[in-house]
Design a binder for this molecule. Structure first.
Ligand code: GUN
Ligand code: ZN
Length: 490
């Protein structure tokens, strides 16, 4: 059991948790967003991040302080908390990003980890090697071995109460990611960033991001806090949380602002092309896009950065509220509609419905079936698995979308996308789901799969299915049994 992380609530594989950061003397609620602070290019002061945006943790790069004539000595003397004027938790990175960008850095894990400790970091990072996504097997294995050696070294450095990251690499090779995660979990390191996903996210490869995180999660224990390194666009927070990420860091708020780009939960907009602000943050309610465009460079970029932070924190609150309500997958579904590649990410997530089901609460307030994808949600999968175990009360059973019929030993209801269930379960979650009258083909097909599962589990029972004009594609999935089309009868 990792004693720095406690999980309060689950929805799918998403969770609300508390990360205790002993050196900072604080507990950070997760999912959390860590704004990236670059001491050389500050747009919003850390004290303001704390006061105005409620930031409980930020991240900065220890390697920048290490190599800076301006900041190195000050950081060692004053410590990061005083230097940056931030009382929350501070995570530091190691220079691995510079390593990936420029191919070389002049520091190793013991040196930079000690330095991070000495400048007062609360969570430090060893020198991992961010292998780019499409690296070949040989490169991915070789660099992962180097990352794992760095983790082993990190365990031997005496860093007092500072927590230490154990980055998980392995490029797009899922078996490497899973094995790397399993080995990282056996170390005594504390937080588990999934690394080198930035190039994937920059290319909108959300499905592969989901696959990589899902693989890492399979290797980690549920009590491991997981950071999606370098992910800061609010459009994908719900998706990444649903697959099990707890921490995000955002340089996006500042980087996008520098390019006059405006973040929304449905994607990024160019300030130059906006006539209206679809946002009610303090920046947007008192200004028109033309007002912001007319401001001098520095002021305009700060305004945009502040808006970008407001939407990011608001989305994170929305994600947390959704976890509390049990509606996280509805939010993921909604967000998926903003870009075809987000649909891919959502569908990849649902490919892992079994993995999500393991932590999905057994009961929630409501289930709205509002898209074809939601036929593949973990709640539906769980119902299908339960069909193997529900006892059958008779030899001849009617499964019906309509009423009961006394000629049978029992009548069960059918409700797409779940399929069949005994009437006594009608008022239990998730069979209380609200579904539209005009269902997708997928809902009928999934219900048919449920029927097939029930029939297979009960080979000695004779089943009759009474349906309202199901599509051929659904009927084709049923095993041989008696069929009644209730639409034709009435
Ligand atoms: N920032 C973004 N990606 C990475 C990564 O893979 N490793 C480290 N150390 N920092 C990162
Ligand atoms: Zn705004």
């Amino acid at each position: 059991m990792r004693d720095c992380f406690e999980i309060r609530d689950y929805d799918a594989a998403g969770r609300i948790g508390e990360l205790t950061v002993p050196r900072a003397g604080v507990t950070v609620e997760t999912p959390a967003l860590l704004p990236v602070i670059n001491p050389h290019l500050q747009t919003v002061a850390p004290s303001e991040l704390e006061r105005e945006f409620g930031a409980e943790m930020l991240i900065t790069n220890g390697y920048i302080f290490y190599g800076s004539d301006d900041y190195r000595e000050r950081a060692l003397e004053e410590g990061l908390h005083d230097l940056l004027d931030f009382s929350g938790a501070i995570m530091t990175d190691s220079g691995s990003f510079q390593l990936a960008e420029y191919g070389d850095i002049d520091v190793d894990t013991p040196e930079i980890l000690q330095f991070q400790h000495d400048i007062g970091s609360d969570i430090g990072t060893p020198v991992d090697i961010p292998t780019p996504p499409d690296a070949g097997r040989e490169q991915a294995e070789r660099e992962l071995a180097a990352t794992e050696a760095a983790l082993e070294t990190a365990e031997t450095v005496d860093v007092g109460e500072m927590l230490v990251n154990a980055p998980i690499q392995g490029a797009t090779q899922l078996d490497l990611r899973e094995d790397a995660a399993a080995r990282a979990y056996t170390t005594d390191l504390d937080v588990f960033p999934v690394g080198a996903v930035v190039p994937l996210l920059n290319d909108y490869r959300y499905d592969e991001m989901v696959e990589i995180v899902a693989a890492a999660k399979r290797g980690l224990g549920a009590d491991a806090p997981v950071h999606l390194f370098g992910a800061g666009h609010p459009m994908m927070f719900a998706l990444a949380v649903a697959v099990g990420c707890d921490l995000f860091d955002s340089a996006a708020y500042a980087l996008y602002a520098r390019d006059d780009r405006y973040l929304t939960v449905r994607g990024t907009k160019q300030l130059a092309e906006m006539d209206y602000f679809p946002c009610s943050c303090p920046v947007c309610t008192s200004r028109e896009p033309s007002d912001v465009r007319a401001r001098p460079d520095d002021e305009r970029k700060t305004l945009l950065a502040r808006h970008n932070l407001h939407v990011s924190y608001a989305e994170l609150d929305r994600v947390k509220q959704a976890i509390r309500e049990g509606t996280l997958l509805d939010l993921v579904d909604e967000r998926a509609r903003s870009h075809p590649t987000m649909v891919d990410g959502y569908r990849a997530l649902l490919d892992h419905a079994g993995q999500l089901e393991a932590t999905d609460p057994v009961r929630k307030d409501s289930f709205f079936h509002t898209s074809a994808e939601s036929a593949r949600r973990p709640e539906v999968l769980r119902h299908h698995e339960r069909l193997d175990r529900i006892p059958i009360d008779g030899d001849e059973i009617l499964l019906s979308e309509g009423g009961a019929n006394g000629d049978f030993d029992a009548t069960w209801r059918i409700k797409p996308p779940f399929g069949p269930f005994p009437r006594r379960l009608s008022k239990t979650y998730p069979l209380t789901a609200q579904v539209p009258d005009r269902l997708s083909r997928a809902a009928y097909e999934t219900a048919a799969d449920g029927i097939a599962r029930l029939v297979e589990a009960n080979p000695d029972t004779a089943f009759t299915v009474a349906h309202f004009d199901w599509p051929e594609s659904a009927l084709a999935r049923l095993p041989a049994l008696s069929l009644v089309n209730l639409t034709e009868k009435s």
